[in-house]
Design a protein around this ligand. Structure first.
Ligand code: MTE
Ligand code: MO
Length: 314
């Protein structure tokens, strides 16, 4: 997926850690908001209370160090270590999500208000990146369906379109001279995919608030799809009639489709999707694992696609 050279960032462009820590504290205090959900990332990974879920996998979890240091988040550069190195500059409070399009309840909703109305759950999910690596991540989140219901979609709303924040001052990849992706990062889901109980919005991992590099303060998690569907740092959810055009489809329509269901039977044009490397499992001599249809969630989700040719709708 690497398509641009890593952005060169002058050290002066990076907000010193002490400064952004203070700014967060100030915002948290000034807004009179509960600190637990406000402080994110390394600044103050606050403990989150969450119920366990029967939808969790019992597989061994990928070490937290790997989960938080090996990422894709192109807004902060295209290297795997760039998100952790550069995302500290992102201010995640205050945060609001615009809900618009074909709904009866459009508006700009403060994240803390959204969170008051939901109960958090821990969901331990297998995750599979299109590049051939996988992890098992204990997310903290709530079903996306709760947001959909509250928005009161109209009958003509068939898809959800998600946007990530655009804020070049805090997102070094968005200042890159060489184009990386067209911003904002856009992803989409069909309505039934959005309503599926496995689909969550995550606000934390490993029992703590989400680190910035993992998409703070709120990101999508769809465990049967390739990782790029998991749009981070969401600021807008639009309910639309037509299939949204995603950033990756714009970048390379031959390589990245709208559905992006994990499928070992359909190769990426430049590499096989039959196997994967589980991050954290040790050296180069560790055997690659076989990739499972729908990332092992076929029992729960294959029915959503019955009658569809998954080579055409990849
Ligand atoms: N906004 C945004 N979201 C994004 C990306 C990105 O570049 N920008 N990368 C995606 C890809 S390709 C993957 S594999 C996951 C990786 O991050 P995670 O381990 O925190 O899920 O984030 C996804 N979400
Ligand atoms: Mo990915």
């Amino acid at each position: 997926m690497l398509i641009g050279r890593k952005a060169d960032i002058a050290p002066s462009e990076i907000t010193p850690r002490a400064v952004w820590l203070d700014r967060r504290r100030f915002l948290g205090a000034a807004g009179g908001l509960g600190a637990g959900l406000i402080l994110g990332g390394e600044a103050g990974a606050a403990p989150l209370q969450a119920a366990a879920s029967p939808l969790s996998t019992g597989e061994p979890k990928t070490p937290k160090e790997d989960v938080t240091s090996y990422n894709n988040f192109y807004e902060f550069g295209t290297g795997k270590s760039d998100p952790k190195a550069n995302a500290g500059s992102l201010t995640t409070s205050p945060w609001s999500i615009r809900i618009d399009g074909l709904v009866n309840k459009p508006g700009d909703y403060a994240l803390e208000d959204i969170l008051k109305g939901v109960s958090l759950e821990e969901r331990i999910y297998r995750m599979r990146c299109v590049e051939g690596w996988s992890m098992v991540i204990p997310w903290i989140g709530f079903p996306l369906s709760e947001i959909v219901r509250r928005a009161e979609p109209q009958g003509s709303a068939r898809y959800l379109r998600f946007e990530t924040l655009v804020r070049p001052a805090e997102m070094s990849g968005q200042r890159s001279i060489l184009p990386i992706l067209d911003w904002p990062y856009v992803e989409g889901l069909r309505m039934d995919e959005a309503m599926h109980p496995l689909t969550i919005l995550a606000t934390g991992l490993y029992g703590e608030t989400l680190p910035n590099q993992n998409g703070a303060p709120v990101r999508l998690v769809v465990p049967w799809k390739y990782g790029f569907k998991g749009v981070k740092s969401i600021v807008r959810i639009s309910f639309v009639e037509a299939e949204p055009r995603t950033s990756w489809m714009t970048q390379s329509p031959r390589e990245y489709g709208f559905y992006a269901n994990v499928n070992p039977a359909v190769d990426h044009p430049r590499w096989s999707q039959k196997t994967e490397r589980r991050i954290g499992e040790g050296g180069i001599f560790v055997k690659r694992r076989e990739t499972l249809p729908f990332n092992g969630y076929a029992d729960q989700v294959a029915g959503l696609y019955s009658g569809m040719d998954l080579r055409t709708f990849f």
